[in-house]
Design a protein around this ligand. Sequence first.
Ligand SMILES: Cc1ncc(COP(=O)(O)O)c(C=O)c1O
Length: 423
Amino acid sequence: MNSIDKNHIWHPYASVLNPKETIKIKSANGVYLTTEDNKELIDGMSSWWSVIHGYNNEKLNTAIKEQTSKMSHVMFGGLTHEPAIELTQKLLTILDDSLEHIFYSDSGSVSVEVAMKMALQYQYKENVSTKNRFLSVRRGYHGDTIGAMSVCDPVTGMHSLFSENLMQNYFVSEPKSKFDGTFDEHDLDEMKDVLEKEHENIAAVIIEPIVQGAGGMRIYHQAYLQGLRALCDKYNVLLIFDEIATGFGRTGKLFAYEHAGVVPDILTIGKALTGGYMTMAATITTTKVAKGIEEDGNILMHGPTFMGNPLACKVASTSIDLLFENDWQGNVSRIENYLKQNLTKCNEIQSVKEVRVIGAIGVVELHDNVDLAKATQEFVKRGVWIRPFMNLIYIMPPYITKENELQKLIDAIYETIQVLNDE
Ligand SMILES: Cc1ncc(COP(=O)(O)O)c(C=O)c1O
């Protein structure tokens, strides 16, 4: 292990003083990561949902190179540029018509902060509001900044560690009805109750539509979102959909809200927005919300230094072109079918609780937590990169992943679970 990395660099959710092994990657191409010692690993994670077209894509490379020679960055205060205009035009064509106003930022967590700020400002009347808290569901994940943490699952979201510092928000149980099952109307009972009693204190509900990602990789029924939309309208509570993980085709629809046929008041996107090339996110809202924010003569008080970065905008708009050129829908449903036919074989293993698939996402939930170090070793030995958390082994590979590569990922999962069982 490199001594600079080992002694000085903080990795995500990791100790800096007593670090775990890291694998040095020297290059990446297509779906393959190449390690320092020339081992090729199929990336089952798309670098945390983002690299949907695979690595070292010629069109994305060219887009960045060409943009670099024109202008890598320019401040967005008082200035604008073609890459931002072009990206905005493309987003407007793929989003619901009501989502018309776009705020660009640098990461998913920041886009959630902006969404929360928009909701709070919308609820201000004459610059005051009692509607200043949020309602969310358990098992949700929205990022690691202070505001985003306050709407994450209270247990996995580090609430206890930061209990003195986080905004005190409301939580109800996670949606229980499964995506392809029947909908249990009682799923919304708690939500109804809290909204009925507390709506005067609630600015917005925030939720990941259809797939709850890092809080448990749960896939829930679209009718939940339809009921939730109606409740939010009834109680003048805004609805925020966090599509940072699910956006850009991952669930089989371009945006997961399309499964339910309901549109949020505020939408956050990130991760795959730039095809995983650069860090960028966006918060998008309706004219109704924009008007509400500005009603009392206010404006949205936010402005990151790298807002609307031209390189990120250019690569994001090229990534949207690539989605359609490369038939994202055909590829995602090809992956979905393959996972449904083959990943389900893991159900045979006793330690497996459930196998779930939607779009290009495959999840194997185990009864017990996974030994991460041991699992990583087994995966790497089998030529794949998969990073489990808690009791979940899951993959969301790039859309270009071929059947033989999917099979290699599935075999690695199947065999690794058995090795872990034998320990
Ligand atoms: C649903 C969701 N929201 C927000 C975030 C935070 O995004 P970022 O890591 O870019 O800050 C993530 C990241 O995993 C996510 O999955």
